[in-house]
Design a protein around this ligand. Structure first.
Ligand code: IPM
Ligand code: MG
Length: 370
């Protein structure tokens, strides 16, 4: 019996690891939606006793900055390193300039933890209305893979002649062959797992003749390693019209940090609302924890009103569970989100409903219990 017990414990240990999750609510409605996400994940654990998650909350962000002069403590990254994943809310407040909040927390984490693949799925969930006419779930099912550590967000540049009339501000986009190749490989491999097996490269290599041309060249070379993938190329301006006019013609998209930032907002709006869009900031080698967050940001106008849409945070939890290889939990949670959208009785305001944040959470919890 003791032996059986030991084997059982060993199995539980081996196959059902405890996942340590760092929760960084941050600013604006960030803490409101991460709090709801923790409620949902706890409910999921009740339905799936073998799922073991442990949450540790951090109060870093703009309020912390106003008290300490830093968005996170000096050893913040060191503290986060030992976690299996990070659940992030938002960075950005009215009291602290945006470039400080972002570079002090979110971008600091993405860059130092080498989370170079930013994955942003957009799917028109059943029951959700797209602003596009006559389209259903089958016509809008995309994943945008955003390069997440360099490009236009490299941070390279400077100011010359400070405060004089001839002052200059320079931001340098940095594109490295390695950086391009690794995110493209990730995108090709992701495309392989999708029904259409199609990857679209987005650049602006007609106007930007150095880094963007390097993107084109790396793509041309790499595509021979993935003969199962249908590929095409679009300029970033042209793809915006294609997203609107022929959404069904797209599948997986790979683009630079800034281009994909812009396209993913459009993608989220076309799939119903910015409030529903999820993100994974992935370090594929798993040398560092990956980070999961809704794409909506701080949304100051909604703070404290119980109007935030928590579905983007819940969907981000699905991505987190997938990354942690908790596929059962991931698919249960995604089904619960889909069921609540399909029923349509308890949707948040931005998706055309009347429900407050907590009511949406309660509905998703009820769907999980089924
Ligand atoms: C996003 C956001 C951020 C970005 C901002 C807040 C800096 O828009 O996650 O898409 O541009 O990366
Ligand atoms: Mg954005």
């Amino acid at each position: 019996n003791q032996r059986n017990e030991r084997i059982k414990n060993h199995r539980i240990k081996k196959h059902m690891p405890l996942h340590k999750i760092a929760v960084l609510g941050g600013d604006g409605i960030g803490p409101e939606v991460t709090r709801e996400a923790c409620v949902i994940l706890s409910a999921l654990q009740d339905s799936l006793p073998e799922l073991k998650l442990e949450f540790t909350e951090f109060d870093w962000g703009s309020e912390y900055f106003l008290k300490t002069g830093r968005m996170m403590p000096e050893d913040g990254l060191e503290q986060l390193k030992s976690f299996d994943a990070i659940l992030f809310g938002s960075a950005g407040s009215l009291e602290v300039p945006d470039h400080i909040t972002l570079w002090g927390l979110r971008l600091e984490i993405c860059q130092h933890f080498d989370q170079y693949a930013n994955v942003r799925p957009s799917r028109l969930l059943p029951g959700i209305q797209s602003p596009l006419k006559n389209i259903g779930p089958a016509e809008l099912d995309w994943v945008i893979v955003r390069e997440n550590t360099e490009g236009e967000y490299s941070g390279a540049g400077g100011r010359v002649h400070p405060k004089l009339p001839q002052e200059v501000g320079i931001d340098v986009s940095v594109f490295t062959r390695d950086g391009i190749e690794r995110v493209m490989r990730y995108a090709f491999e992701l495309a392989l797992t999708r029904p259409k097996k199609q990857l679209t490269l987005v650049t602006k290599s007609n106007a930007q003749r150095h880094g963007m041309v390097l993107w084109d060249e790396v793509f041309e070379k790499l595509k021979h390693d993935f003969p199962g993938i249908t590929t095409d190329k679009m300029l970033v301006d042209a793809i915006t019209t294609r997203m609107v006019l022929q959404p069904q013609s797209l599948d997986t998209i790979v683009a630079t940090n800034l281009h994909a930032d812009i396209l993913s907002d459009l993608a989220a709006a076309l799939s119903g609302s910015l409030g529903i869009g999820p993100t994974a900031n992935i370090n594929p080698e798993r040398n560092f924890p990956s980070m999961f967050e809704p794409i909506h940001g701080s949304a100051f106008d909604l703070v404290g009103k119980d109007l935030a849409n928590p579905l983007g945070a819940f969907w981000s939890c699905v991505m987190m569970l997938e990354h942690l290889q908790e596929n059962m939990g991931a698919s249960l949670l995604m089904s619960a989100i889909e069921e609540v959208c399909q029923e349509g009785r308890h949707l948040p305001k931005d998706l055309g409903g009347n429900s407050c944040t907590g009511e949406v959470t309660t509905e998703v919890c009820a769907a999980l219990k089924k």
